[in-house]
Design a protein around this ligand. Structure first.
Ligand code: URA
Length: 204
């Protein structure tokens, strides 16, 4: 799987990393995306959230989790008693991957090569931040962080260490909650997500 360990010696700060990443050509996703969406948050954040990749709204705004999935995440963090502004939010993949369908840009899942190429940046962010907890939102984040696939629905709420030693809290991606059609299942899944997020508060 993707390696997160290794030296990122030239990168001296998150700001420097972002500047470097703006010119990233490690995979082809930069060609069609509007812009890089790098991680954001306080440099002394104790908790880092890792999503999959920016969506349509994030791609246009240049900031992570500002679209529909971000709104669900905000609401659930609030209910769990976690202050988003104290956390660092980033993504496994830092450019939006999509399929153009008429005027719409449909989210398309990053492939293993794109995930692996982009893992270098996440590894560098973690080396800078050295968080006490990393929250993996969904399967792509889990794969990037742990270098292997872990069944998210079976292992949600569990803490698993990365090869570099960061504890990872496994949970679902908030966009999953937006896709559930059955109202009672959606409410139950949302409640479980909030419950997973309550485990974050002690690390904050
Ligand atoms: N989904 C993600 O995984 N990340 C974002 O930044 C927005 C939506």
């Amino acid at each position: 799987g993707p390696a997160l360990s290794g030296e990122h010696a030239e990168a001296r700060s998150i700001a420097a990393l972002r500047r470097q990443a703006e010119g990233c050509e490690r995979c082809d996703l930069y060609k069609n995306a509007t812009q890089l969406v790098f991680g954001e948050g306080p440099i002394d954040a104790r908790v880092v959230f890792v999503g999959e990749q920016p969506g349509d709204r994030e791609d246009l705004a240049g900031h992570p989790f500002v679209g529909p999935a971000g709104r669900v995440l905000d609401e659930c963090l609030h209910e769990a008693g976690v202050d988003r502004s104290s956390c660092y939010l980033t993504n496994a993949v830092k450019h939006f991957k999509f399929e153009q369908r008429g005027k719409r840009r449909l989210h398309s899942r990053p492939n293993a090569g794109e995930i692996q190429s982009c893992a270098w940046w996440l590894g560098a962010e973690l080396e800078q931040l050295r968080p006490d907890l990393v929250v993996a939102l969904g399967a792509t984040a889990v794969m990037t962080l742990l270098g292997r696939s872990v069944a998210v629905t079976k292992n949600r709420g569990d803490l698993i260490d990365t090869p570099a030693g960061y504890p990872v809290l496994v949970t679902i991606h908030p966009s999953y909650l937006l896709r559930i059609r059955d109202g009672s299942d959606a409410a139950a899944q949302r409640a479980r997500f909030v419950e997973d997020l309550t485990k974050v508060a002690v690390y904050e």
